[in-house]
Design a protein around this ligand. Structure first.
Ligand code: SF4
Length: 238
């Protein structure tokens, strides 16, 4: 999996940020996550080997996994990133954001109806943010749209926002004090995806996981495996 973190650091901005894995990891390393700083990987997509080939080969590249690509503090740097993204049309750049309301002011002047090689995942966690953020997302010119519902904090209805969505990813929260994830909420979103023939993946259980009204405590290291074992991913027909 190729990763590109042109900057690092983030500020909590949403209900789902409470146990942000970046903040938790940085505390252990004595790093102030609230400081947004450029990394030495800033030009990674266009770096070349001695033979003139790009270091990163064609394929999918995960962008900004130690930050939020749309964070305000990086406005001064983002245009240069867009230029690199445009230049590497052989790569597909995927980023998640909890700041979709900033999208329109963050795109380059030649964006038009979107770059073919950019996948945007709008992240939500509860009904309030689903209604606010997905109604914005719905109207944005983006060629490839996904929704990440993680950590899922309550039963939510997103069916009316699923037109033009390529994939919905659902997961629970991971932390000793994590808010619980009820399996019925996961199945409910899955049903909405099936109704709209949209791809669905259950990626991660929650540390505190409810099934059939019984609460389980699950190990962090097994949350993804636990979700996979349910075998409930859905891939669209036709
Ligand atoms: S937006 Fe994402 S990276 Fe930033 S604080 Fe929230 S969870 Fe962490």
């Amino acid at each position: 999996m190729a990763l590109w973190n042109p900057w690092r650091g983030c500020k909590k901005c949403s209900d789902g940020c409470k146990y942000c894995y970046i903040h938790k990891g940085d505390i252990k390393k004595n790093i102030d996550t609230n400081q947004i700083v450029q990394t030495t990987d800033f030009y990674k997509p266009i770096q070349k080997l001695k033979n003139g080939e790009y270091k990163i080969k064609s394929g999918l590249i995960y962008l900004g996994f130690s930050t939020d690509f749309l964070i305000e503090e990086a406005d001064q740097w983002r245009n240069e990133c867009w230029q690199m993204i445009k230049k590497r049309s052989d790569l597909k750049f995927l980023f998640l954001t909890k700041r979709i309301e900033r999208f329109a002011q963050c795109i380059p002047s030649d964006w038009e109806d979107g770059y073919d090689n950019v996948i945007v995942c709008c992240t939500i966690e509860n009904q309030k943010n689903a209604d606010y953020k997905l109604s914005i997302f719905d109207n944005l010119p983006i060629k490839h749209k996904c929704i990440t519902v993680q950590p899922l904090l309550e039963n939510i209805d997103i069916e009316k926002y699923l037109d033009d969505i390529e994939l919905v990813i659902v997961g629970g929260e991971s932390d000793y004090n994590a808010r619980p994830l009820d399996y019925d909420w996961v199945l409910n979103i899955r049903n909405q995806c099936i109704n709209k023939n949209v791809n669905f993946e259950f990626r991660q259980c929650g540390t505190h996981f409810i099934k059939d009204n019984k609460m389980y405590y699950l190990k962090t290291s097994e949350l993804c495996k636990n979700a996979k074992n349910f075998n409930i991913n859905y891939y669209k027909k036709g």
